[in-house]
Design a protein around this ligand. Structure first.
Ligand SMILES: [Zn+2]
Length: 593
């Protein structure tokens, strides 16, 4: 990749400065910020890296220069993240004296606790204990698993049904929790052929979640499972066939001894939201706050499970539009609104969030540890991807307009005479940091110019942004925010759309997109969508009947089996990108699960 920064530095020395009014939002400043934040030298602004800290300091310096007061810990609101999981030398598994090969025949799960278990194995089917009106299934009835290994299949016995009632309970964490509740000492997970006919070992995936299972959890391949089952004269394959055909649990003591040890280490790192305060000028109302935010993190060098759409490419994901553009917007708004401070009644907190790409971690941390009482925050304005303006559409999108009684009408006042149109969308829950605030009953406004082909790829570069347009969006936003800041009466919060409590622990709901797939597999290059459920996640993300899904979250989809396996890797509450072929052209949809 070209070092654009150097070229740019040379250029600005030859461009005469444009004299603008003090505090005015300028395209020149926006451009300068984005070129710095999205330069190769910041290596994709991955939370936990030194380069991310450089970005944080850069933002704070500008906040201070704008006259903001640093909040939290001298301007940094620190929080812990898990950046990596490493497997140590003490991973082992032996079945009746046979030593299985680490990484070939078995692998611990990333969320497994460490430790050694030497005990006999109980086979417990799919590991469910469900007693609901709509679904009764107990793989544990009559079994005593206390202090023993429990061997179970992953997923569920209805892998051919995309609307199976089991799906909500079939993720590994839920099953391990059930086994632990029953007193199991460890869990051995077997991949059913229906999920992956090649029985590949599970990937060690960092979940950005420090919660470990409490007991060792090991994924074993069929060859190992069959050894455990040998004394009973049955194979894992035949057990899978039996249970799925009869739709009935089939569990038993195997009598086989397994000695297994798990050695995983989570790598932790610190990252920070950057937080600055602009104090309001009204004696009473300055005790109320608006929040203006945008995330400044991105995907680093990409890679599997990073959210990159080209996960096989190891390259700097500069994230110019996503979200150096929004960060620059927050910095410019800080400068601009600070210059009119005397006119502003309420106080404004400016935040650059970290960890957005890892699951809105920074904004969740902010609302859980707010620097001021949460109920004093009266509205939140989020800017995520505001630099790529589509000249043909000539519009920007503002979401959350239904989260306050007044949102739509106030927007309409400020839209008049703009050089672009503003699309309103009412929902408060969406694929960025405002969702955390909406979940806390705070009215939100989410500004974006939308997704494009460079989204979450190494080619989201600073040279592709329209800075003049971003300045215009900035002026519009500043006027709108100043007006809301000065309202005599607070905005009235309203629920608008689902309020997902994302990131809750315990039983995670398994995801569905809300589509009717083409089960016949008549499309050879992907999975054809034969129907879209009204108001489902896919429908909200813009999916249409006839679309052909070719990838889900950077993972290729060639058929319905791929599709199901991909969905199994996703979690409820995640934001995923789905590539579809529509009329022969590739389109990217952002879908909130
Ligand atoms: Zn992103």
């Amino acid at each position: 990749m070209i070092k654009r920064v150097l070229i740019y530095v040379v250029i600005i020395f030859f461009v005469l400065p444009v004299f603008a009014q003090k505090g005015a939002i300028t395209a020149k400043d926006m451009k300068e910020y984005v070129y710095f934040l999205a330069s190769d030298s910041l290596k994709g602004r991955k939370p936990g890296t030194a380069e991310m800290n450089v970005a944080a300091k850069y933002i704070l310096d500008h906040f201070k220069a704008a006259g903001l007061k640093p909040m939290a810990d001298n301007g940094f609101q620190y929080f812990d993240i898990v950046t990596d999981v490493t497997l140590g030398p003490d991973n082992k598994l032996s079945v009746d004296g046979y030593d299985a090969t680490f990484r070939k025949e078995f692998i611990p799960l990333a969320f497994s606790s460490g430790g050694e278990v030497n005990a006999s194995v109980v086979f417990a089917g799919y590991g469910f204990d469900l007693d609901l009106d709509s679904l009764k299934w107990n793989d544990y009835s009559g079994l005593d698993v206390k202090g023993k290994w429990v061997m179970i299949f992953r997923a569920d016995p209805e892998l051919d049904k995309s609307d199976s009632k089991f799906i909500a309970f079939s993720d590994a964490r839920s099953k391990v929790l059930t086994a632990k509740d029953k007193g199991a000492a460890g869990v051995l997970l077997v991949t059913p052929r229906g999920l992956d006919k090649d029985d590949k070992l599970m990937a060690v995936v960092v979940e950005n979640n420090e919660v470990t299972s409490g007991i060792p959890v090991i994924n074993i391949r069929h060859a190992v499972a069959d050894r455990i089952l040998a004394a009973k004269g049955i194979s894992a394959d035949s057990l899978e066939n039996l249970i799925t055909a009869k739709k009935k649990p089939n569990s038993f003591e195997t009598g086989t001894l397994v000695n297994g040890g798990v050695d995983v280490a989570q790598k932790h790192a610190k990252t920070a939201n950057v937080v600055g305060l602009l104090e309001g000028s009204d004696k009473i109302l300055k005790d109320e706050y608006l929040v203006i935010g945008g995330h400044y993190d991105h995907l680093g060098f990409g890679g599997p499970n990073s959210g990159s759409r080209v996960p096989d490419t190891n390259a700097i994901h500069n994230g110019a539009d996503d979200n150096a553009s929004g960060t620059a917007m927050v910095m410019e708004l800080a400068k601009n609104l600070s210059s009119q401070r005397a006119k502003l009644k309420r106080s404004i907190i400016f935040v650059a969030f970290s960890g957005e790409e890892m699951g809105l971690l920074g904004s969740k941390y902010f609302v859980n540890n707010p620097p001021v009482e949460l109920k004093k925050i009266k509205a939140m304005f989020n800017f995520d991807m505001v630099g790529r303006f589509d000249k043909e559409k000539n519009s920007i999108s503002v979401s959350g307009t239904g989260t306050s009684a007044e949102g739509d009408s106030i927007l309409r006042v400020f839209e008049k005479g703009l050089p672009f149109t503003v699309t309103h969308s009412p929902d408060g829950y969406g694929p960025s940091d405002h969702a955390s605030f909406y979940s806390s009953n705070i009215p939100v406004f989410f500004f974006t110019t939308g997704v494009h082909m460079d989204y979450h790829t190494p080619s989201d570069d600073a040279g592709k942004l329209d800075y003049n347009k971003e300045k215009q969006i900035g002026d519009f936003s500043s006027n709108l925010i100043a007006d809301i800041d000065n309202l005599n009466k607070d905005l009235t919060f309203r629920e608008s759309g689902k309020k997902e409590a994302a990131g809750r622990s315990g039983r995670r709901l398994k995801v569905t997109l809300g589509i009717m797939p083409d089960f016949a597999g008549s499309e050879k290059k992907g999975l054809r969508v034969d129907g879209v459920t009204k108001d489902g996640p896919a429908s909200k993300g813009g999916m249409l009947k006839g679309d052909i899904i070719i990838s889900v979250h950077g993972m290729k989809v060639e058929n319905i089996y791929d599709y199901m396996a991909r969905l199994n890797k996703l979690k409820s509450g995640m934001t995923v990108n789905v590539e579809v072929l529509r009329n022969g052209k590739v389109e990217i949809l952002i879908i909130q699960l």
